[in-house]
Ligand binder design. Sequence first.
Ligand SMILES: C[S@@+](CC[C@H](N)C(=O)[O-])C[C@H]1O[C@@H](n2cnc3c(N)ncnc32)[C@H](O)[C@@H]1O
Length: 272
Amino acid sequence: MTVAIPELRKRFGRAAGSYQLAANLQAEIAEWLLCLLPDDLRPDAAILDVGCGTGVLTRLVRERFPRARMTAIDCSEEMIRAAARQSGNVQEIRWIVGDMRDHVFDEQFDLIVSSSALHWMEPLKSLFQSLAKATRPGGLLVASMMTERTLLELHRLRRELFPENVPARRLPSVAVALGAIETSGFALERHESVLMEQRYSSAHELLKKLNKLGVTGGSISSGGRPLSRAQLKILSNEYERRHSIANGVVASYEALYFVARRQDFVARRQGD
Ligand SMILES: C[S@@+](CC[C@H](N)C(=O)[O-])C[C@H]1O[C@@H](n2cnc3c(N)ncnc32)[C@H](O)[C@@H]1O
């Protein structure tokens, strides 16, 4: 299910001030992604970070390739402002407020990177086609994205407790994501799906953190209606009963890491 751009702007704009402190898992995922970056990139390569948020990955990649021409795009103006500020407002990074699904770039990139962001940009097929258009033939897309089993405990419990009010949107499966990449003008070179467990001091802390990350509310986590305070309490208590560990609760996250190379031939969108 596609999340409309005004909703994405609203949810991530609201979270721009709190995101960085709550995003320790996303920061770890961005660091792991560095292991997949190519060793043979030319020093002045053109690099794009997609869905840069507060710029965690942008800064890491720039450290690795200090002479590269770095561009970062995010649909939220507040996120871009936070990213530029946290990067010391350096002139060397070009910041773009835009929707990756339809933004037209004035150049093609040697390397496109993205961490914990592409799963927000459905439909995936047209997203990867846009990414292919933005990558020069032979260039690389190196990314991580969240997939289906992310927060599986929370989603399972919500469906069970409030079946009349289930979230409208589900994250893509690994197979769907890989299928979209391979039919959009990229050849997959590597991929790995990792299931991680995060610990939180309580279910309340988990829900609060998701809110700070911009994940709750809207079509992602709520059904037709948001959960009432009483329903949230039931959800929270039941989560603690079922998913407690020493000093807290656990939640699962599934991340798909991949390296894909842009082929010479780029699939055309249906109807183009
Ligand atoms: C969970 S954050 C990840 C931020 C950063 N990459 C990180 O690892 O911390 C996802 C980001 O994707 C951006 N985003 C979502 N949909 C987008 C789209 N269609 N085009 C550009 N950015 C988008 C959001 O505004 C948000 O800042």
